[in-house]
Design a protein around this ligand. Sequence first.
Ligand SMILES: [Zn+2]
Length: 408
Amino acid sequence: MSQVNRDEVRAGAIDAIEAAREAILGVGDAIHAHPEIGLEERYAADLLTSTIGNFGFEVEQGSGGLETAFRASRTGRGAGPRIAFLAEYDALPGLGHGCGHNLIASSNLAAAIGLGAVIDRLDGEVLFVGTPAEENAGGKAIMIENGAFRDIDVSLSSHHGGHETILPTAYPDGTCLAVSSRRFVYHGRTAHAAADPEQGINALNAVIHLFTGIDAMRQHVTPDARMHGIITDGGTAANVVPDLAAAEFLFRAASREAVDDLVARAEDVARGAAMMTGARLEIEAPSPDYDDMLPNYVLSQLVRDELAGVGLAETERPPASGPGAYSTDLGNVSRTMPTTALVFPISEVPINGHSREVVSGSISPMGRENALRTGKALALAAIELLIDAEAYRRVQAEFGQGSSAVAP
Ligand SMILES: [Zn+2]
């Protein structure tokens, strides 16, 4: 790359974000005021694409086969790394923005505007990618499957962290659980439960055997495993043998392989329950598989280097001893390219995830300002990646080594 004035480029990005401050924060506020659940985020997708379009980005709607997904891009002066900032904007049913995804939207919008303003002085490309339905349908998993991430080299994103500012430091910090969903539907035969029970096939009995079988599995799984389910259909009247009963489960563990093993065993249990009762079994996967997150620690360090300059201070905490007991479709992205997320504070005090406190933190002066700071840190880290070929090489080298190099 020919000479780049690093300080000028960095200052240009920060100035652009500050100049767009009202627009950026207005987008986060508006999405907060119009909560939409996953795959229905039409208002948010329209607002984000029209806004980024005003900043010289070329916009593609409906990316990766999802109506409310999008990709916006601006190319630099020459070929180079293609860096994506990933927005989320789905809400939780009945709660609104109880996971603060409106601020994931505004912080990554800020980063895209910042880098976009200076990309013509750099070799590479900036992408702003809208990834729907993190909570309920694994939008990123579907988009990856459909090729929407195929030409991207590095992904950066963000998430609120309650009262904490966090970047993953070293394995297993920042890792989380892979998850798969299964819906088990049993079909039986109705009959009068007292007059001719011998004629009935009780689908609810099959679901009950399914639950006791999975509970028995719990004795023989690793401590990271989580298996939790609900009965969605269990009959309609006590005097009718239920001919339809169904349950939905989530299976989680620290690796994709371990989850696949849990699911295979649970499906055997489900088939056993069908045989025990004579009910017919159908197995469905309501949402795509989420992979366990493998953050890129070199990339995280590049973002960490920017924290103090934008006014964020990393929270002191003990080293992680294992994966976080949650799941995210950012994990799928982290398995296809170097990825990290900056976790930023929206509250002075600890708060629960998926709570009313997150709803108010995501519209608070502190949450909004920290989203903007997060956008600045992500933009500056991306600039370093585009200027410093050696840093980019180290990021890709760590990704190339994969989890085998860092897993114990
Ligand atoms: Zn979330």
